[in-house]
Design a protein. Structure first.
Length: 322
């Protein structure tokens, strides 16, 4: 007795459903893996964060680091709640669309903050030369503006295909758009620019490369942007060749990994700054982004060699100053 054969149309629909469920589970598990890594890194580096960042003087760098660190974690916890599969029909199609828009906006903010934090470090490698500052700022603005425009267009194209799937227990997308590829391609231009700039600085100024802080800036800056570029290429490739249900499979995982690498690199740089204070004060314009302020630096030129690192910083705007 032979088994009944399914009609071709029904068999195709069943195959598409099974493939969609498989892709949804892949997205769920990759997001969970990224969140576990991010949370584990938070636990491992929390004491360093308190000692190196929370106790630092007020600055843009300090508050941007804390904001980005906890904003990404909070956003991904919400995404994990949506994807967990245990919330029943807590979401609707409209809820999925609102969640994706919110995450997209926050991801743009996170990318911008992360790039600015590393950009401040890279600029110090060139002693804040005006031409380097203008080049980097122009590259950042062009890249960020292009990415924002691409994101808005991509979300507009995605809007009809975003829906809540009660079988998968999570939000899914049934459409794809080439503009989504532009979202990942746009920041790569700036990241490659900064990566090349960091490498050129290491080759152009070998004498300063012996300093611990400079070595850290070179190593961590190159490592960060190389890793980010590789992740962007992976996202870009999937957005081009993958089916609609696969284009989000590593998006949140990569967001977790980039944030983890960024946080570790910045904390390591900050640790070396505190361990080698004379290196961050001697060269003109090398003041740490953690303590950016206008000051006059006076050096005791008559001090003996063993006391040559005696510095006195006077705030130009302090009471009684000329």
């Amino acid at each position: 007795m032979s088994l009944p054969t399914l009609p071709p149309a029904f068999a195709a629909e069943l195959q598409a459903l099974l493939q969609g469920l498989h892709d949804a589970n892949a997205t769920r598990f990759m997001t969970a893996a990224g969140l576990v890594i991010l949370c584990y890194d938070h636990v491992l580096t929390f004491m360093d964060e308190v000692r190196l960042v929370w106790r630092a003087p007020p600055s843009f760098f300090k508050y941007a680091f804390i904001f980005n660190r906890y904003m990404v974690l909070s956003c991904l916890l919400v995404v994990a709640y949506e994807m967990c599969g245990f919330v029943g029909d807590a979401f609707s199609d409209l809820g999925c669309k609102r969640l994706l828009i919110t995450c997209s906006i926050l991801s743009l903010v996170s990318i911008a903050v992360g790039n600015i934090l590393v950009l401040l470090r890279v600029i110090t490698l060139w002693d804040r030369r005006p031409i380097i500052v203008r080049l980097m700022v122009a590259g950042f603005l062009i890249s960020f503006t292009t990415q924002t425009v691409m994101m808005v267009i991509a979300l507009t194209k995605f809007w009809p295909g975003l829906q809540w799937n009660s079988i998968a227990g999570m939000c899914i997308t049934t459409l794809k758009t080439p503009f989504f590829s532009g979202v990942w391609a746009a920041p790569m231009l700036f990241e490659v620019l900064v990566l090349v700039s960091t490498i050129l600085n290491a080759l152009h100024r070998p004498s300063q490369a012996e300093q611990a802080l400079t070595r850290s800036l070179h190593r961590d800056g190159i490592t960060y942007f190389f890793a980010v570029t590789c992740f962007r290429i992976l996202n870009l490739t999937l957005s081009i060749v993958a089916r609609p249900s696969m284009i989000m499979v590593v998006v949140f995982f990569i967001w977790c990994m980039i944030t983890t690498i960024l946080n570790r690199a910045l904390l390591r740089m900050r640790r070396i700054e505190l361990a080698n204070p004379e290196e961050k004060r001697e060269p003109a314009g090398r003041t740490s982004p953690y303590m950016m302020h206008d000051s006059v630096v006076i050096v005791d030129m008559d001090a003996p060699p063993e006391r040559s690192n005696r510095w006195l910083e006077l705030n130009k705007f302090s009471p009684g100053s000329p």
